[in-house]
Write a protein that binds this ligand. Structure first.
Ligand code: ATP
Ligand code: MG
Length: 584
C-alpha cells in the first residue's frame, strides 16, 4: 500500500467524549469516526485491523470444524416471541416495524435464528454434531454506550452455535470451542485469561469468559497463581475465612456510637479491627399470590470489610427477584434507618425477616453490629447465645489473599476486558422452539446446544488498552493495520532514496509482507509521529546519508533506539522479526 493512495487522517487531540485511552487513540489515529452514540464508521485504517481479527477467528473456527454461514441482521419478531425474549430482553433489544406494521428486531445475538434453521434442517442424529457460525453486525441499545468500540450499540460479533445429540456431546463441542478460543487469543498476541463465568440458570461449569488483561477492564478476575483456578468475580467462590468459631468471651453490650453509621467509623470509635464488625443489608422480594403482593424482607450480613456479590445473592432460593429495600421499609421492620441495623431485636411484624449470614460472618464470635436503634451498636455479639443461628451462604466478593476454593493457594485479582464467551445452553432454546432430531431408536429428542461469542470490534479497544505508550498504539503484529512502514527521507529530492525505497517495498510485497510506503512527502517528525500513533510495529527509515554508507535504519515500535541495518540485509532482517512476532 502506498500512503498517498490510502486514507490517513490523524488528530493531535482526541475528542472530549473519548474517556479511555483506546477510544482516544483510535479516534486520533483515524481508525473510527463517530456517526451517532455508540455507532461508528470503521475508517480504512480501522477496518484493516477488523479484517485481520476476523481472518484469525475465521481460520481457527474453520480449523475446529465449525461451518460459516450468515444470518440476517433484521429478524422477524415471531421467533423472539417464541422463546419469550421479545419481552425478556428488555430495552437493549432494538425493535422496528416494517411498512405493514409487522414487528422485527435488529439482532443482538442469533440463538433464535439458528434454532429456527436447525429445527428445519436437522432431522437425524446422523447430522450431528454440527457447529454453525457467522461474523455479523449486532445491535444492542446499550444503556450507556461508551468507550468507543468497547461498548458500542452497533458492533461486530462472531457467534457460533453447536448442536449435539446429548449432554456429553455438547460438552465435547464446548471443549473444542474453548480450545479454539485459546488458539485465537494466542494468535492475536494478547495477554488473556479464561475464567469460569456466571452461567445464569444452567449451573455446573457451563460457561467461561475470555478476558484481555488490562488495568482499565470493567471486570475483576480472580485467579490462583499456584493452581489453575480462575473465575470472574461474579462467579468466584468465597470460602469462610474462619475455620472454627471461637467460644464467646465477651458479654453482649449495647454501646453508644453517636453519628457512626459506617462499620469503619464504628471500628475507629471502638478501637477494634474492621474485621470484628458486621454490616447488614436489607432486601425485599415481592411475590404475587392470588392478586395480593406479598413482601418478604431479608437481612444479609457481611463482615465490615467485605462487599456484597449481587449475582450470588440472586441465585439463593427465594432471592431470585430481590431488590434493595427502601428506607421506609427498613424503618418499618427494624425501627431504625440504615447504619444501625443488626440481627438482634428485629421488630415483630406480620412477616418475619429472614436473616442470612455470609460464610465468614457465621463463624465470627464477639462481633459488633447495629442495635436497631439510632446511634447504638451491640458489641460482644455471639451466635446462638444472643441471636438465633442464621442461614448461611456465600454472598460476598472474594478479596485478594483469600484462600483459593480449590485449596491450592491464595487468590489474586486482576482486571480484564471480556472479549469472548463460551456457554453451554443445553435445551433451553430447542425446547421453547421445538427443535428436535430423531435418535437411533427413531425417537424425537431435543437438540443440545452451545453458543460461543467473540466481540470482534471490542478486541481492537481491548488490544489497545493492553498495548500503548505515550506516543500511541503498539499493535501486536498479527492484528496491526500494517506490519511494516517504510519512511523515506526526501524521496522527491533523492533518486537514490527513491530507488532503494521502491526496491525494498517491492521485495517486501513479493515476500507477502503487509507494508505501507509513506510517500506523502511529510516532514520526518510528522511522519514518525503518525506511525507511532497508528502503532505500526516495524519501521524502516531510508535516508540518503545512510544509504551512502550502505545502511538503512530499523526501529521496532517498542524499541527506544533505531538499529542500523545494511541495505542488503534489511529484507531478511524484517522477515526474521515478523517470523518471531508470529510465534508470540
Ligand atoms: P457485556 O457484559 O460486556 O455486556 P455480554 O455478556 O452482554 O457482554 P455476550 O452476549 O456474551 O456479551 O456477547 C459476546 C461478546 O460480544 C462479548 O464477549 C463481548 O466481547 C462482545 N460485546 C457484547 N456487547 C458488546 C458491545 N456493546 N459492544 C462491543 N462488543 C460487545
Ligand atoms: Mg451486555
Amino acid at each position: 500500500m502506498r500512503a498517498k493512495r490510502f486514507f490517513i487522517s490523524t488528530l493531535k487531540e482526541a475528542p472530549a467524549d473519548a474517556e479511555i485511552i483506546s477510544h482516544q487513540l483510535m479516534m486520533r489515529a483515524g481508525m473510527i469516526k463517530r456517526l451517532g452514540s455508540g455507532i461508528y464508521n470503521y475508517m480504512p485504517m480501522g477496518l484493516r485491523i477488523i479484517r485481520k481479527v476476523e481472518k484469525i477467528v475465521r481460520e481457527e473456527m474453520n480449523r475446529s470444524g465449525a461451518v460459516e454461514m450468515l444470518m440476517p441482521v433484521v429478524q422477524p419478531a415471531e421467533l423472539w416471541q417464541e422463546t419469550g425474549r421479545w419481552q425478556k430482553y428488555g430495552a437493549e433489544l432494538m425493535r422496528i416495524k416494517d411498512r405493514h406494521g409487522r414487528d422485527f428486531i435488529i439482532q443482538p445475538t442469533s440463538e433464535e435464528a439458528i434454532t429456527d434453521v436447525a429445527r428445519q434442517e436437522i432431522k437425524s442424529y446422523r447430522q450431528l454434531p454440527i457447529n454453525f457460525y457467522h461474523i455479523q453486525t449486532k445491535f444492542r441499545d446499550e444503556r450507556r454506550p461508551r468507550f468507543g468500540l468497547m461498548r458500542g450499540r452497533e458492533f461486530t460479533m462472531k457467534d457460533a452455535y453447536s448442536f449435539d445429540r446429548d449432554i456429553a456431546g455438547m460438552q465435547q463441542s464446548y471443549q473444542i470451542m474453548y480450545d479454539a478460543y485459546i488458539r485465537i487469543f494466542n494468535r492475536f498476541g494478547l495477554q488473556f485469561r479464561a475464567v469460569a463465568a456466571d452461567n445464569g440458570a444452567i449451573g455446573g461449569t457451563g460457561s467461561h469468559e475470555f478476558h484481555v488483561i488490562a488495568d482499565t477492564g470493567e471486570d475483576a478476575l480472580v485467579y490462583c497463581p499456584t493452581s489453575d483456578y480462575a473465575a470472574n468475580m461474579e462467579a468466584a467462590e468465597a470460602v469462610t475465612l474462619i475455620s472454627e468459631r471461637a467460644a464467646a468471651s465477651a458479654a453482649l453490650t449495647k454501646t453508644a456510637t453517636p453519628g457512626k453509621a459506617k462499620c469503619e467509623d464504628v471500628a475507629a470509635l471502638l478501637g477494634i479491627p474492621l474485621q470484628n464488625t458486621v454490616k447488614s443489608i436489607v432486601l425485599t422480594v415481592e411475590t404475587e399470590e392470588k392478586g395480593q403482593i406479598q413482601k418478604q424482607v431479608w437481612m444479609l450480613l457481611l463482615r465490615g470489610d467485605h462487599e456484597l456479590n449481587e449475582i450470588k445473592v440472586g441465585k439463593i432460593p427465594g432471592l431470585a427477584n430481590y431488590r434493595f429495600s427502601t428506607e421506609d421499609e427498613i424503618v418499618e421492620h427494624f425501627g431504625t434507618p440504615p447504619g444501625y441495623l443488626g440481627p438482634i431485636n428485629i421488630l415483630p411484624s406480620k412477616c418475619p425477616v429472614k436473616v442470612l449470614a455470609d460464610r465468614t460472618v457465621a463463624m465470627m464470635s464477639d462481633f459488633v453490629c447495629g442495635a436497631n436503634q439510632v446511634d447504638f451498636h451491640f458489641t460482644g455479639v455471639n451466635w446462638g447465645r444472643d441471636v438465633a443461628e442464621p442461614m448461611v451462604a456465600d454472598i460476598r466478593n472474594v478479596v485478594a489473599g483469600d484462600p483459593s476454593p480449590d485449596g491450592k493457594g491464595v487468590l489474586a485479582i486482576q482486571r480484564g476486558i471480556e472479549v469472548g464467551h463460551v456457554f453451554q445452553l443445553g435445551t433451553s432454546y430447542s425446547e421453547s422452539m421445538k427443535a428436535t432430531f430423531l435418535d437411533e431408536n427413531g425417537k424425537p429428542q431435543f437438540l443440545q446446544m452451545g453458543c460461543y461469542g467473540i466481540g470482534i470490534t471490542r478486541i481492537l479497544g481491548a488490544a489497545i488498552e493492553q498495548n500503548f505508550d505515550a506516543k500511541g498504539i503498539v499493535w501486536p503484529t498479527a492484528i496491526a493495520p500494517f506490519e511494516v512502514v517504510l519512511c523515506p527521507m526526501g524521496m522527491d529530492r533523492s533518486e537514490l532514496v527513491k530507488e532503494q525505497t521502491e526496491q525494498l517495498y517491492n521485495a517486501l510485497l513479493a515476500a507477502g509482507v503487509d507494508v505501507i510506503l509513506d510517500d506523502r512527502g511529510e516532514r520526518p517528525g510528522a511522519m514518525f509521529a503518525d506511525w507511532e500513533l497508528i502503532g505500526v510495529p516495524h519501521r524502516v527509515v531510508i535516508g540518503e546519508r545512510g544509504l551512502k554508507e550502505g545502511n538503512l535504519e530499523y526501529q521496532g515500535r517498542r524499541d527506544t533506539e533505531a538499529s542500523v541495518v545494511p541495505v542488503q540485509e534489511m529484507l531478511a532482517y524484517l522477515l526474521e522479526k515478523l517470523k518471531s512476532a508470529a510465534l508470540v
